[in-house]
Design a protein around this ligand. Structure first.
Ligand SMILES: N[C@@H](CCC(=O)N[C@@H](CS)C(=O)NCC(=O)O)C(=O)O
Length: 237
């Protein structure tokens, strides 16, 4: 039996979707209706993710949530897209950046996407968005510095890994969400190494093959556009 990936268009599950394609895994996409907030229902929380968030991956009896954890599980299970356990120092550098993407960059982007969950006074939202945008630019600059020191264009130098899939999706969202309040595409693609990585990512067959299912047109990472869908099907309030 194949994997079951629960998610919605252009949501965090797209990271896992691209990875499953890259691994040529057997999987089924189970669409969650974000417009009716299906992911927050009691049934979803009890059986799939108590946080009421997507993505969730099911592999037989196993149910896993958190994007980074799912990506790492797949990489380890398929022994691809991550340094081997036996290469302990390289593996440490890799997990360091995986945690950084998840608990720093992705976490700050979530503040951008859902600012009203962080302040009760709506007048405070513009300042919160501005401050968080600056933080996101800082995180990306730090990643740019790391990329500049690599031998090769990927996050881990010459080795494509789950980090590249996660980073590319985070950059895409940073450039288009929240609509009208995002970073400009120039701010990211002017970072040379990051721009090169995004260009290489969007040339991958695995990446190109998932985009139509999310109603995302190419180029998906350099100067991206939101999916061709009503906003409520893509983002939750
Ligand atoms: N830390 C979580 C964040 C996942 C996340 O932000 N999921 C979004 C979709 S992109 C979601 O479910 N949003 C609905 C909500 O917050 O109500 C992870 O990495 O899985």
């Amino acid at each position: 039996m194949g994997y079951r990936l629960h998610g919605a268009p252009d949501s965090a599950n797209i990271v896992i979707h691209m990875i499953l394609e890259q691994l040529q895994a057997d999987y089924e996409l189970v669409w969650v209706d974000r417009s009716s907030k299906q992911h927050r229902s009691e049934a979803f929380r009890q059986t799939l993710n108590p946080q009421g968030l997507i993505p969730v991956l099911q592999d037989g009896e196993l149910t896993i949530f958190e994007t980074a954890a799912i990506a790492l599980y797949l990489a380890d299970k398929h022994q691809q897209l991550a340094p081997a356990f036996t290469d302990v120092p390289r593996r440490a550098g890799f997990t360091q950046w995986l945690f950084y993407l998840s608990n720093t960059l992705h976490a700050d982007l979530r503040v951008q996407f859902y600012p009203h969950r962080h302040v009760s006074d709506s007048d405070a939202i513009p300042a919160l968005l501005e401050q968080t945008r600056q933080r996101v630019v800082g995180h990306l600059s730090l990643i740019e510095d790391h990329l500049a020191k690599q031998d090769g264009d990927w996050f881990m130098g010459d080795e494509l890994s789950i980090l590249d899939f996660y980073l590319a999706a985070l950059c895409r969202w940073a450039m288009i969400y929240p609509r009208g309040e995002s970073l400009s595409a120039d701010q990211l693609t002017n970072m040379d190494c990051l721009g090169r990585l995004l260009a290489k990512m969007q040339a991958l067959t695995s990446v190109q093959s998932v985009m139509p299912e999310h109603k995302i047109s190419m180029p998906c990472f350099i100067t991206p556009e939101p999916p061709d869908l009503p906003a409520e099907q893509v983002s939750a309030s």
